[in-house]
Design a protein around this ligand. Structure first.
Ligand code: IZC
Ligand code: ZN
Length: 424
């Protein structure tokens, strides 16, 4: 049994207490429940006590010499960050397309010409499991160094039963081998593969009749996602795929209204999706419907930044009562980054969110977006001890000093996995 860990004297301990049952909305998104000179006692992978340093020093005065003490004075302590939308497992890279876009080509033009998702699908199909594992593990290490302790990871670069299963198996192995927890999403409907170009409904049938039942039987995913976009999957096809997932126990998620308004937000609400992601072009009605149903908006301002598009209107989406989470969208085409802190900065500068709201959006609301609100996302007694410590005296500096990595220490499941900014 490892020693207890006692984090002491944080200049700000961001607890987000009281948020485990439902994601935070409206003004509550800005209430971080901060303890100054805060301390946390961790034992057996769990958070055992949270309070001021005076309170905890008194409570544990007889056990001080059996602990590992982490001095967090001058630092900010948060729940481990959570990234609820990544395309982690893939091979290759697409810097050639970046160059094409800088010269005026659009994301969709490149995809329709056989590049984009199709290019990564070719590279991922060709890669063996070991290559995929190693390339993805490198990204996971970088996530961890940025204070991220849990991520969601989608398949969707296989686009055949064999290769979708390969991607999901790699995610499962990474989850077992790496400190970061990975929550898997099946996304066989990420694109219509070129061999089905002339008969997309046959591909939808393959997803519904073969892939979803197999993924569910093998318990390789918890969620089911679709790229609902003009030229990819229609709202009608997306509905069929998401309903089939539900029948097989997979919770719906949707890539909605990224490039054009396409009634993706409306569909998310109608179908009872846990989240609708992107929403750059979501209609007001769709946003109202999401608010009424409590669908979480997972916003991805790094994608808008990288595609040189106008970001989603995060301010409006929060003000209409939709709970908002933030994510990197880590993928080789539209957001090749693992820096969730940079995404937080964009949340403030490009989407009108406050620094407090973006902290909520990468902790407890992100936890709820992957159905983990009861286990992670806040610093409360009984929760998993996933905690990040940043080299800044207050949470505002996390987003103010942008494009820098402030991570000092990361504790995952009660174990120190990053110290002094370095992986252990
Ligand atoms: O590889 O381009 N938008 N899917 C939907 C992506 C971006 C990932 C990619
Ligand atoms: Zn995505």
């Amino acid at each position: 049994m490892s020693k207890p860990i006692f984090i002491r004297k944080a200049s700000q301990l961001i607890t987000l207490k009281g948020s485990s049952n439902a994601p935070l909305t409206g003004e509550k998104m800005g209430e971080l429940h901060i303890i100054e000179n805060g301390s946390v006692w961790i034992e057996n992978g769990k958070i055992m006590a949270v309070g001021t340093d005076e309170e905890l020093a008194q409570q544990y005065k007889d056990r001080m010499d059996e602990t590992d003490i982490i001095d967090a004075s001058g630092k900010t302590v948060t729940p481990g960050f959570i990234d609820p939308h990544t395309h982690l497992v893939y091979a290759g890279s697409r810097e050639n397309e970046f160059n094409m876009r800088l010269n005026g080509a659009t994301y969709m033009e490149i995809m329709n010409a056989g590049g984009g998702i199709h290019a990564t699908t070719r590279a991922t199909r060709e890669a063996d499991e070991e290559t995929l594992f190693n390339e993805s593990k490198h990204r996971l290490d970088q996530f961890l160094k940025h204070g991220v302790t849990t991520i969601e990871a989608k398949s969707g670069y296989g686009l055949s039963l064999e290769h979708e299963l390969k991607q999901l198996q790699v995610a499962k192995k990474l989850n077992e081998a790496h400190p970061i927890d990975i929550v898997s999403t099946f996304m066989g409907a990420h694109a219509v593969p070129s061999e089905y170009k002339e008969r997309p409904d046959d591909f939808v049938r393959l997803v519904v009749e073969e892939m979803i039942p197999k993924v569910s039987e093998l318990k390789l995913a918890e969620f089911n996602d679709v790229f609902c976009e003009r030229g990819v999957f229609t709202p009608g096809q997306a509905r069929i795929i998401l309903e089939a997932g539900k029948e097989n126990g997979l919770i719906p998620k949707i890539h909605a209204d990224e490039i054009e308004p396409y009634k993706g937000a409306e569909l998310a609400a109608e179908i009872g999706a846990i989240s609708a992601d992107h929403l750059l072009r979501a209609s007001d009605e769709g946003i109202e419907m999401m608010a009424a149903k409590g669908v979480i908006a997972v916003l991805l301002p790094g994608t808008a930044f990288f595609l040189m598009a106008e970001a989603a209107n995060g301010r409006k989406i929060i003000d209409r009562g939709v709970p908002v989470a933030l994510s990197t969208d880590c993928n080789p085409g539209s957001s090749p980054t693992v820096s969730l802190p940079f995404i937080m900065n964009l949340g403030c500068l490009h989407m009108g969110m406050t620094p407090a709201e973006v902290v909520t959006a990468v902790t407890i609301n992100a936890a709820h977006a992957i159905n983990r609100g009861k286990e992670i996302g806040s610093i409360e007694i009984g929760k998993q001890a996933d905690i990040s410590i940043f080299n800044v005296p207050n949470y505002m500096q996390l987003v103010y000093h942008y494009g820098m990595n402030h991570t000092d220490t990361v504790i995952k499941n009660g174990k120190v996995v990053v110290s002094g900014g370095q992986l252990l």
